[in-house]
Design a binder for this molecule. Structure first.
Ligand code: OSB
Ligand code: MG
Length: 372
């Protein structure tokens, strides 16, 4: 099919709860939705960038400019067939993984709709079937007090969530996590530092070992592979990598160096579904525990993540939660929902499998750009 147009929508979605991490506090989620049209069909993807370069260097502005000037123009007017490797577009563009992932996701949706297939079937390895449901997990941000955190964790446990991750930072860690552990002795629980620590903090981080955590995510800066390896050698708790593994090659290197024993795979971080599938396959071959993370995506990016996480290779519940934990009104209909059993249904209808709400997109779009 011939790509007729590519549209970017910068959306700002109000979050129902502010989300605080070691790198900042978000009260609204800025994101870029991508819509691609071909043969009278539309496909939707999302580049879950943020307003600020806190989690990564990418922002709404970097995504906007690289898509407008570099990725969009060569794509529009080109022919994409069922055999085209959409993960190999723009071989000469380095970085900008979220922008790339957003466009690629829209192409997958387009292709899935054209073929009448659900995304989960396309994302699973050839010949293998995706699960019908996936277990929900949640990432709970830094709160105003430990009591508040325990209360927020309780809400999710009571709603059926199968695994909880709490955000930590240098001034909010061992004592606070211990409080959560005391309240929920058997809960699969992880902690995510988003790189707030340095090698001097290794003795303190080792204290977390007494709390029976499932994992400690990204304690050190993205480039500090050596500290991750040192800590993992001295700790029973699995070190889980996020920011340190932006690609297949980085994942392989980090695993080879013993920098962690678990991987949080975010398709947007690694540059899209094609690359994410390769990271999944690597982890699966090596028996590395793997789960699907997120970046506060709207329903569009969330459904792509659900489809990815439904495939084999994902060994643990990830950060995929119900829409209402983030926004009062999602851009998809129905929203992503978590059943009383803590499971999310994997869509079986073609493409994303849920309708995209044009009215909601329009309400929250701050600007649009169409490359035709
Ligand atoms: O480090 O996993 C992270 C959200 C934004 C940026 C980074 C991270 C997160 C989360 C929440 O932990 C994931 C989600 O709920 O989508
Ligand atoms: Mg993380």
């Amino acid at each position: 099919m011939r790509i007729e147009s590519l549209e970017l929508l910068h959306c700002r979605l109000p979050l129902v709860h502010p989300f605080e991490t070691s790198f900042g506090r978000e009260v609204e989620k800025d994101t870029v939705v991508l819509r691609i049209r071909a043969d009278g069909i539309e496909g939707f993807g999302e580049a879950p960038v943020a307003a600020a370069p806190g989690y990564s260097a990418e922002t709404v502005e970097t995504c906007w400019s690289v898509v407008r000037d570099w990725m969009g123009p060569p794509l529009v007017g080109s022919e994409i067939g069922p055999e085209t490797d959409v993960g190999a577009l723009w071989p000469k563009i380095r970085g900008h993984h979220m922008a790339r992932a957003g466009i690629e996701a829209a192409l997958w949706d387009l292709r899935a709709r054209a073929a009448g297939e659900a995304l989960a079937g396309l994302y699973a390895p050839p010949g293998e079937r995706p699960a019908e449901t996936i277990p929900a997990g949640v990432s709970v941000g830094i709160q105003s007090s430990p009591e508040k955190l325990v209360e927020r964790v309780r809400e999710h446990v009571e709603a059926g969530y199968r695994r909880v991750k709490v955000k930590v930072k240098r001034s909010w860690d061992v004592e606070v996590v211990a409080r959560v552990r005391e309240a929920f002795p058997a809960l699969p629980l992880g902690a995510d530092a988003n790189g707030d620590y340095g090698p001097e903090d290794i003795p303190r981080l080792r204290e977390l070992d007494a709390l029976g955590l499932l994992f400690l995510e990204q304690p050190f800066a993205p480039d500090d592979i050596a500290s991750h390896a040192r800590l993992q050698a001295e700790m029973k708790t699995m070190v889980c990598l996020d920011e340190s593994v932006p690609s297949l090659e980085a994942t392989r290197s980090a695993l080879d160096l013993g920098a962690g024993r678990m991987v949080n795979l975010k398709p947007a971080r690694v540059g899209g579904i094609t690359r994410a599938r390769r990271v999944r396959d690597l982890c699966r071959e090596r028996g590395v525990p793997l789960w699907c993370g997120g970046l506060l995506e709207s329903g569009i990016g969330r459904l792509h993540n659900v489809a990815m996480a439904a495939g084999p290779g994902f060994t643990h519940p990830g950060d995929i939660s119900g829409s209402k934990r983030y926004v009062a009104e999602d851009v998809i209909e129905p929203p992503v929902e978590v059943g009383k059993d803590g499971m999310i249904r994997v869509p079986t209808r073609p493409g994303l499998g849920h309708a995209v709400r044009e009215d909601v997109l329009k309400r929250y779009a701050l600007r649009r750009l169409r490359i035709a």
